[in-house]
Ligand binder design. Structure first.
Ligand code: C2E
Ligand code: CA
Ligand code: CA
Length: 646
């Protein structure tokens, strides 16, 4: 028996009248049992219980009916006889008291049987358990709150019309399940509906459906350029177009009214449950119809605007057990539609599914790898171009995966950022690199001039524990702070100059070196460069690429970067040196340092350590370029005697 939310005033009245009725009945029974001769103390005159009851029943806002069971010869209850009513009951039933007294309940109110209340009444009489419920009586189109308790061989029933409360509840429910702007069902409502559809489709293979995920391609631009009111109007138009066009989408189940459900998830994201649609063709036809509808312009705030849709489609498949899974896949397909060029639909397929499964597995494994510190650092040598000697290393993280092999940072650093794992990984990298430096230093005193570089990702620069991490790592490994070089990419630094300038200044105060990585790709302004406490510029490898020695344009850029850096008292490292030509070009341009596959691949620690035993690790240089005036300085350099292992 379900208990409805409490209606306090009504229950108070009903409760009072019930209590009074029961008190009266109990008092009546007690009085009839009492023998006058044992009354030794003169008592006050007994209250007129009948008139008290009459008063209470007459003034009660709820209806009260007292019923007595009518039984057949086998003692089965076949009806109830109305023994007492109050004015509210007479009003609610619409009969006068005279008509009701002594009448058969089932004859007077046939709806009692039709609504199942007769069975409830039988249960109360036989079990003695009280009853309370809200019931909608179809015959009178009214909601009643009904309570009943057993009394003798019958019942006392109280009831009240709660239509008003029910309609308020309905309004609240509607508001909670619909989007205020477009009046479409909202995410909550849609998700519940989708759960039911999944449940139904899993039970009955004959029922199939599809989910469309729609995102509007230019909504943000329109919203930003024409203002929020125009944006709201566009969303309202979109909702109307969606609803109108869905009406004409066919379903596989002909002859049945399709229950396609459109909804707004938020922003410019809409979804549709295509009821009864089980084939890719039918879903595609529906998507095409919607795409056509949205290709037509809207007239908003005096402007004609077009906001095409990108649609992701997912068809029900028994592997789906939850709404979230289908929405996720429809969303993935929608993103695919967007990246394929917008204003189109994409149906979620096995390859996308596999990509998601792989990603989820990778996520799980990455979390585990972080917990186990299951990474390695490789060390890429950096060579001084004036004497050809090893000047330091850049530490580059690797994830040795039991089945996937050595995973490179480009394949997991972004994921680690998304999962919030970067502070842990970053701490491990800094500590490990610092300890490695200390171990090498202890074994090879001749390497103490070497620096060790670590890369920081964007999230690390917003991590409040970064400064402590660096400070602790330096202290723990007794690393001279100047031997640690922290690399931050130019594009990251340029996104939030004020913040970055503060963080870099704080790091600098620890005594470490700071390098701007991938320089030339992030559009730094000279003014910004000047504001940052940088020691090193690392020229991005795109400037050093294969063509560059013969490409005057690039070598001019490298030359300009070098001049700029030297004016700002920074040193320059050229990244990605892959050929001897590139190396000689950089030497001719008096670049300070270089790294790259021509010099060495990044090496595991034991191989990197061997470099301390070689005297001159720079590969044999080609003949000096005759045309530059720097050739003499180049030839004056020591002849390298060894090539780094590759
Ligand atoms: P990066 O800092 O620019 O590192 C240089 C990348 O270029 C390295 O790739 C290196 O192996 C590669 N490289 C070096 N020389 C050459 C060359 O001559 N030719 C070519 N084609 N490539 C060369 P890797 O190790 O895959 O690292 C990629 C990026 O991942 C790094 O770019 C860095 O941004 C990031 N990364 C590496 N380790 C870490 C780390 O510990 N923490 C963070 N946050 N990021 C890291
Ligand atoms: Ca780097
Ligand atoms: Ca770089």
């Amino acid at each position: 028996m379900d208990l409805a939310p409490l209606n306090i005033p009504y229950l108070w009245v009903v409760g009072l009248s019930m209590a009074a009725a029961l008190m009266f009945l109990a008092a009546g029974r007690a009085l009839s049992r009492r023998k006058p001769r044992i009354l030794t103390v003169p008592s006050k005159p007994a209250p007129d219980a009948h008139s008290l009851l009459d008063g209470l029943l007459a003034s009660a806002l709820g209806g009260v009916i007292v019923l007595r069971a009518v039984r057949d010869p086998s003692r089965e209850i076949i009806d109830f006889e109305i023994r007492m009513t109050n004015p509210a009951a007479e009003q609610l039933v619409g009969r006068c008291g005279q008509h009701m007294m002594g009448a058969s309940l089932l004859s007077l109110l046939p709806c009692v049987r039709a609504s199942g209340l007769f069975e409830d009444a039988l249960t109360v009489v036989t079990s003695g358990l009280p009853f309370r419920a809200d019931r909608y009586i179809r015959q009178t189109e009214t909601w009643y709150q009904i309570a009943a308790v057993r009394h003798g061989d019958g019942l006392v029933v109280t009831f009240a019309d709660i239509n008003h409360r029910k309609s308020t509840e309905e309004q609240l429910r509607h508001a909670a399940e619909h989007d205020a702007l477009t009046a479409l069902p909202n995410r909550k409502h849609f998700t519940e509906h989708l759960e039911q559809a999944i449940h139904r489709a899993r039970r009955s293979p004959a029922y199939r459906f599809a989910v469309l995920f729609l995102d509007f391609d230019r909504f943000k631009i329109i919203n930003d350029s024409l203002g929020h009111e125009a944006g709201d109007q566009l969303l309202i138009n979109i909702a109307q177009r969606l609803t109108t066009n869905l009406r004409s989408v066919d379903t596989a189940s002909h002859g049945r009214t399709a229950g396609h459900l459109p909804a707004r998830l938020g922003g410019d994201e809409f979804v549709v449950l295509l009821d009864g649609i089980g084939s890719e063709d039918a879903a595609a036809a529906a998507a095409r119809r919607l795409l056509d509808a949205f290709a037509k312009p809207h007239r908003i705030a005096g402007h004609e605007v077009v906001s095409t849709a990108s649609i992701g489609i997912v068809l029900f498949d028994p592997r789906y057990t939850q709404a979230d899974e289908m929405l996720r896949d429809a969303d993935t397909a929608m993103y695919q539609a967007k990246s394929d060029g917008k204003a189109r639909f994409v149906i979620f397929d096995e390859a996308m599914h596999q990509a998601i499964v792989d990603r989820l597995a990778l996520e799980r494994e990455l979390r585990q790898a972080v917990a186990d510190c299951a990474f390695e650092l490789y060390y890429e040598p950096i060579v001084a171009l004036d004497d050809g000697k090893l000047a330091g290393f850049e530490a580059l993280i690797r994830w040795p995966h039991p089945t996937r092999g050595l995973i490179m940072p480009d394949q997991f650093i972004t994921l680690a950022e998304e999962l919030g794992l970067i502070p842990d990984i970053g701490r491990w990298v800094i500590q490990t690199a610092a300890r490695q430096w200390r171990a090498w230093r202890n074994a090879h005193p001749n390497m103490q001039h070497c620096t060790i570089g670590v890369n920081l990702s964007r999230h690390q620069l917003f991590d409040p524990t970064l400064l402590d991490t660096v400070r602790d790592a330096i202290a723990e490994s007794e690393l001279p702070p100047g031997a640690l070089r922290i690399e931050v990419t130019e594009s990251v630094v340029m996104t939030d100059m004020d913040h970055m300038s503060r963080v870099l200044t704080d790091l600098k105060s620890l005594g470490v070196q700071l390098a701007m990585d991938d320089f030339g790709t992030g559009h730094s302004s000279l003014h910004c460069l000047h504001r940052l406490p940088l020691d090193v510029l690392k020229i991005d490898r795109s400037f050093i690429s294969r063509e560059s020695p013969r490409n005057k344009h690039y070598s001019a850029i490298v030359h300009a970067i070098m001049a700029l850096a030297h004016n700002l008292h920074m040193q320059v490292v050229a990244e990605g040196v892959e050929t001897a030509d590139q190396l000689s070009m950089l030497q001719a341009l008096t670049c300070n340092f270089a790294q790259g596959y021509h010099l060495s691949r990044p090496l595991p620690p034991d191989q990197a350590e061997r470099l301390f035993q070689t005297t001159c690790p720079l590969p044999a240089p080609p003949a000096p370029p005759a045309s530059t005036g720097r050739a003499s300085s180049y030839t004056a350099r020591p002849k390298p005697s060894a090539i780094l292992p590759s």
